[in-house]
Design a protein around this ligand. Sequence first.
Ligand SMILES: [Ca+2]
Length: 334
Amino acid sequence: MAAAHASLRTLLFVCLLAAAPAAMADSPVKVIFDTDIAGDVDDVGALAALHVLADRGEAEILACGISSNNPWAPACVDSINTWFGRPDIPIGRVGEFVTDKPIDSRYARAVAEEFPHDLPASYRVPTAEQVYRRVLAAQEDGSVTIVTVGFLTNLAALLDTPADDLSPLTGAELVKAKVKQWVVMGGVFPEGHFANGSGEYNLKVTPDATQQVINHWPTPVVFSGFEIGEVVHTGAKLADIDPASPVRRGYELYNKLTNRNSWDQTAVLYAVRGASDYWTLSPPGVCSVPDNSQGCHDWREDPAGTHRYLIEKMPPEQVAAEIESLMITPPAKK
Ligand SMILES: [Ca+2]
């Protein structure tokens, strides 16, 4: 009997061991979503896809930060979060926008005004770096994925924060402790610039923040370059969904419910599901931003490097179908 019990215990133990990795793999990816929502509309599609991934248990949205200098952008994000049944996701605004130019939007004000949300006027919203410090301090070490689909202003501000009552760690120390990886929609790989010599938009608008963050970020980084989302076209199928959706309304105002490139959605999909069958990861290397780069960057392979970029694998039409199926899925918690 004792031997039988022992072997049963051993069997149970082996079963638990075998189950453990599966359970860990199934735990949702904890995501901070940093967006320049306002200018282009792929940010709207990316946030919608992220919510649906959260509805399916694949992701948990810890916070949203806004890097665009548009007064309606935070409330626009809160309206979309509210639509998906997550009205209390912490939202932070850009603290100091380094250009004086506001970011115009075809949809941010309308979505903020037409759809329910409870965010106060944008000047009363905390800065993204404050929100990120609070959220990161509460998480386990090495557990958070930050995905940026806009300017790097908020991450630059986060790295610069001193220790305070939210955390005894500086911003850079906090990121190093808590963040597993940073996924960036930005850059052009491997060239570092377009054929005409200019740099990619997200890295170009606030170049000092770009240089600081890319050159000094203390965790592994994966870039979804311009070329990845450029060929993935989604949005037209939103014409078939509930007209009461702020996601549909955003695309309607932006481009009358036609397809748009899916730069930001590719970064979100990678952040949650990894390369999967969608993409191949480049060999490790170092992306670096020289002085006065205007959004251009260098890339060199280096086995000791902590940066990688996505390389097309699955045909872009198939990636688009996957992303668009997420974007058109209705909220689970209505
Ligand atoms: Ca964007």
